[in-house]
Design a binder for this molecule. Structure first.
Ligand SMILES: Nc1nc2c(c(=O)[nH]1)N[C@H]1C(S)=C(S)[C@@H](COP(=O)(O)O)O[C@H]1N2
Ligand SMILES: [Mo]
Length: 170
């Protein structure tokens, strides 16, 4: 006889637990960020896709007053990949473009395109995929925007789903 006695329902609970864990993992791995609007090439980027870009880290203080290190891809790199008017093309009417970022909970924030472009600012805004060396958990991630120079974190939008470039002009 085995020294351990399992309750008959143990296996059912273990099964349910492992199933829900794998469903969560699957959701994280298939989650993606769509880049649409005024782009040459619309993109739909998964964590896997983002890992192929140059990785950038930003250390920021969160609301809890503690410093956290976020790692991900410079937003400008993603916009360039999508063929957005950046750099020398960011002039004239293109200066009226904004970047609308939407989250899973319906929260939305905007940045002017020029706020993101390195010819206008030395701040590197990132689409973060890691926090303190770990994937960003659901509820906050898997994708979060970090804007290190913003004095309050209200535009550090969690659970990013889409990024749309548009003209503010009518
Ligand atoms: N998706 C999403 N992101 C969000 C918000 C939100 O309501 N939804 N709130 C913002 C505000 S107002 C703040 S102050 C910070 C808070 O981040 P924290 O909960 O990680 O401290 O998240 C920002 N990002
Ligand atoms: Mo906030």
């Amino acid at each position: 006889m085995s020294p351990f006695k399992f309750h008959p329902l143990t296996f059912v609970w273990v099964f349910i637990l492992s199933l829900s864990l794998s469903v969560c993992g699957f959701a994280q791995n298939t989650a993606s960020v769509a880049i649409t609007g005024e782009v040459a090439t619309p993109l739909n980027l998964t964590l896997q896709d983002l890992s192929t870009f140059k990785q950038v880290s930003q250390k920021v203080k969160e609301r809890d007053g503690k410093e956290h290190e976020f790692k991900g891809v410079a937003l400008i790199e993603l916009l360039e990949k999508a063929g957005v008017t950046t750099g020398s093309k960011l002039r004239g009417e293109n200066l009226a473009k904004y970047v609308l970022i939407k989250a899973a909970d319906g929260y939305e924030v905007i940045y002017a395109l020029a706020e993101i472009d390195p010819e206008f600012t030395s701040q590197v805004i990132i689409l973060a995929t890691e926090k303190d060396g770990q994937p960003i958990p659901s509820g906050e991630g898997p994708f979060r925007i970090i804007t290190p120079n913003d004095k309050k974190p209200a535009r550090w939008i969690r659970e990013v789903r889409s990024i749309k470039i548009a003209f503010a002009k009518d």
